[in-house]
Design a protein around this ligand. Structure first.
Ligand code: GLY
Length: 501
């Protein structure tokens, strides 16, 4: 593969010919002040490609299979955990979208599409909070690159499913249906990205307010004074706290742990989650929470920068390291660096990447097709590869490349559409919708109601380039919010309008 994107290599060669500086200095010019370079970048990218290809072979190229974790003894993907209902099903396709982003290689796009599209049904899985992991990592990553209408629709459907788990009395999304009364787990912060993103995209206050309320509740009840976090908070129906505990961290089966448990992957979700929530809300309290959670994580890291699965495990063992927690945090810290400019976060993330790229955590010298080894699923189930450690490892590498300004290949989105706000808005009986097409093509303009139900398609034909407007007549419709969605070829745009009768 191209170790670095081609454009970057070309500009590097050009500069080497014309400027009297060596490559190390050249590279360091893009680093933040006092930032350290990730020396393992090329090795890491080659290794990722190698193992993704190995996984495809191991799965016999069957896009209905979505790897989750490897079997400790064999290093093979666990065959009992390959279905789309696992919380992990979106990670493998997401990792392939990351590869497409880095390489621009159409064959990664084709594979990412196949594994993504198999997950469409997962947008309606309603028995847990993990819609974000399943749908946003797969369809969300695909949509960010392609801007295609079909993925957009699945994302809206997924957001609606997740939103239906919101309880207004408690002010949060119920994470699980199989334990306690109303458990909210720290991981749930991650799934808010689907709600915040959708709220932003379609300007939906309901989704935004639900996600914000959940984030605030989590901030109040999951985070301890020292910045560490609880795994699970169980609420009664009136919103009072019943109990705080852990199932995956060092639970009551570990003498001397229990209540003190700081489950490392949970802490990693808090670092990443609060940083991401700050991205959408710009509310300082979430940035402060992200900083506190990160500082706790960093201060408690061992020398090799990869934690044991729980910071309070009384009998720590190298068999219970959690590479997934380290990968998630590395990705989160790069984003946190971009807001705080505190180089400690950048450098810690680079240190983590170096460590994960070494023989200690990379499968470079093993037959296993996961990219990283030594993750822990829960207390007593450690030393395995996981598709989520792999996903966040590659995402962290991408974030590093963005921060040091490596150029990425241009991905064609066929961006040839413009959609204006309807006029008048709000409207009573009818309103005008204006749009522009820069390339001839098949154009579709449809109206959807607030629940995502198709109300009417008002344009569906091939049009030459030009400016257009069309009247939308609302007779027979009741007052409320509607969306008009314009698509042509692979691009989709939408806007919101309000009908007042
Ligand atoms: N969200 C499940 C886990 O982190 O294991």
């Amino acid at each position: 593969m191209n170790k670095c994107p081609q454009k970057f290599v070309h500009s590097l060669i050009w500069l080497l010919i014309f400027l009297p500086i060596n490559p190390v200095n050249l590279f360091s010019q893009s680093l933040p002040q006092n930032g350290i370079p990730f020396h393992g970048l090329d090795v890491a990218l080659d290794h990722v490609e190698d193992k993704l290809n190995g996984t495809l072979l191991e799965l016999n190229f069957n896009p209905n299979l979505h790897p989750s974790l490897t079997v400790r003894e064999t290093g093979k993907w666990d065959e009992s955990k390959l279905d789309r209902y696992e919380w992990t099903s979106g990670f493998f396709s997401g990792t392939m979208w990351h590869m497409y982003r880095i390489t621009g290689d159409e064959s990664w796009k084709e594979k990412a599409e196949m594994w993504t599209e198999d997950l469409e049904d997962a947008a309606t899985i309603s028995y847990d909070h993990d819609t974000g992991f399943r749908i946003f990592n797969s369809f969300g990553n695909g949509y960010k690159l392609l801007k295609n209408r079909s993925y957009y629709r699945v994302l809206l459907k997924g957001a609606n499913t997740l939103s239906n788990r919101y309880n207004p009395t408690i002010g949060a999304i119920k994470s699980w249906d199989w334990i306690g009364n109303f458990p909210v787990i720290i991981d749930n912060l991650m799934n808010l990205e689907l709600l915040f993103w959708t709220a932003d995209t379609i300007e939906n206050n309901k989704l935004y307010n639900q996600a914000l309320s959940h984030a605030d509740l989590s901030l109040t009840h999951h985070m301890r004074e020292d910045g560490s976090t609880y795994h699970i908070v169980d609420f009664s129906d009136d919103g009072t706290v019943i109990k705080k505990f852990t199932t995956q961290g060092c639970n009551s089966t570990a003498p001397g742990c229990g209540e003190r448990s700081v489950w490392a992957r949970g802490q990693a979700w808090a670092v990443y989650g609060f940083t991401m929530i700050y991205r959408f809300t710009k509310k300082e309290r979430f940035l402060e929470a992200a900083i506190k959670a990160s500082d706790y994580f960093i201060e408690n890291l061992p020398e090799d920068r990869v934690p044991i699965y729980d910071f309070h495990e009384p009998v720590p063992s190298v068999k219970s390291k959690d590479a997934s927690a380290a990968a998630i945090v590395a990705s989160g810290l790069f984003e946190l660096y971009s807001y705080t400019k505190n180089v400690l976060y950048f450098n810690t993330a680079v240190d983590i990447l170096e460590s994960l790229t070494s023989d200690n955590y990379s499968t470079i010298n093993s037959d296993s097709n996961s990219i990283l080894k030594k993750s822990t699923i829960h207390r007593g189930k450690g030393n395995v590869g996981t598709s989520y450690a792999d996903y966040y490892y590659l995402e962290a590498i991408i974030r590093y490349m963005e921060l040091v300004q490596v150029e990425f290949p241009i991905i064609e989105t066929e961006n040839n559409l413009y959609l204006d706000q309807n006029y008048p808005n709000p409207f009573n009986n009818s309103t005008m919708i204006y749009y522009t097409i820069e390339q001839e093509g098949n154009v579709k303009l449809s109206i959807y109601d607030y629940t995502g139900r198709l109300v009417q398609t008002i344009v569906d034909r091939s049009l030459p380039s030009g400016n257009y407007n069309i009247e939308f007549n609302s007779s027979g419709l009741s007052s409320g919010i509607y969306f008009y969605v314009l698509s042509s070829n692979k691009q989709t745009l939408s806007k919101r309008m309000t009908l007042l009768k």
